[in-house]
Design a protein around this ligand. Structure first.
Ligand SMILES: N[C@@H](CCC(=O)N[C@@H](CS)C(=O)NCC(=O)O)C(=O)O
Length: 201
């Protein structure tokens, strides 16, 4: 299987972390989503991550994770106990990624096109999500590694990467949980500053 991705996408990172955790072979290929390319024929959205299996594309990241989970019956990526809570926390992680991404895209627009109102809206949303996640920290420390932990771990490092690491001082329990997660080999191998694609298996 081939994963069209780039080094910085937090959505793509979820997929790589899941593959590493589940031991599913995958070959990552970096693509430039800012210009037309072969990805357009596979995913007309021209978005990463896009998984290619036997020439067919699977997207978006949550659909890819569902596909990976289906490859290994019995895995606990989406546990049956606490399922809706886990999936809702994963959605919060996805929303956090989207907010950080949309904010940074907006900040890069030319001054005349940039909306400070939108940037502030995204920043307020990010802080609200972080405050909510702080209330989950103790629970996250004691629960098995699942889709919510993957998504939140990737989202929090994306906050550091594209917004600010100041949240670590305000939300210390969350920072402590994230610190433990960050040392997992699946997380260290997939950092956004890596310069070469990940190859598993
Ligand atoms: N909902 C999608 C979001 C994917 C996404 O937004 N990817 C970004 C990169 S981090 C992208 O491809 N952006 C290019 C664009 O939208 O033009 C998923 O979960 O995979």
């Amino acid at each position: 299987m081939k994963l069209l991705n780039d080094a910085t996408s937090p959505f793509g990172r979820k997929v790589l972390v899941a593959c590493l955790e589940l031991g599913i072979p995958i070959q990552e290929e970096f693509v430039d989503i800012y210009k037309p390319g072969p990805i357009d024929a596979l995913n007309p959205l021209r978005q990463i991550p896009t998984l290619v299996v036997n020439g067919e594309a699977i997207y978006d990241s949550d659909v890819i994770l569902a596909y990976l989970a289906a490859q290994q019956p019995g895995n606990t990526l989406v546990p049956s106990h606490g399922r809706w809570e886990v999936l809702t926390r994963a959605s919060l992680g996805n929303g956090l990624m989207e907010s950080v991404l949309q904010r940074v895209v907006e900040t890069r627009r030319p001054a005349g096109e940039r909306s400070n109102t939108f940037i502030v809206k995204m920043e307020e949303r990010i802080w609200r999500v972080l405050a909510k996640l702080e209330t989950y920290a103790t629970q996250l420390m004691h629960e098995p590694f699942a889709i919510d932990q993957i998504t939140l771990g990737c989202a929090l490092e994306y906050v550091d990467f594209r917004f600010t690491a100041e949240w670590r001082e305000r939300f210390t329990a969350l920072a402590q949980w994230q610190g433990g997660l960050a040392s997992r080999p699946s997380m260290t191998a997939t950092q956004p500053r890596r310069t070469s694609p990940v190859c598993v298996g």
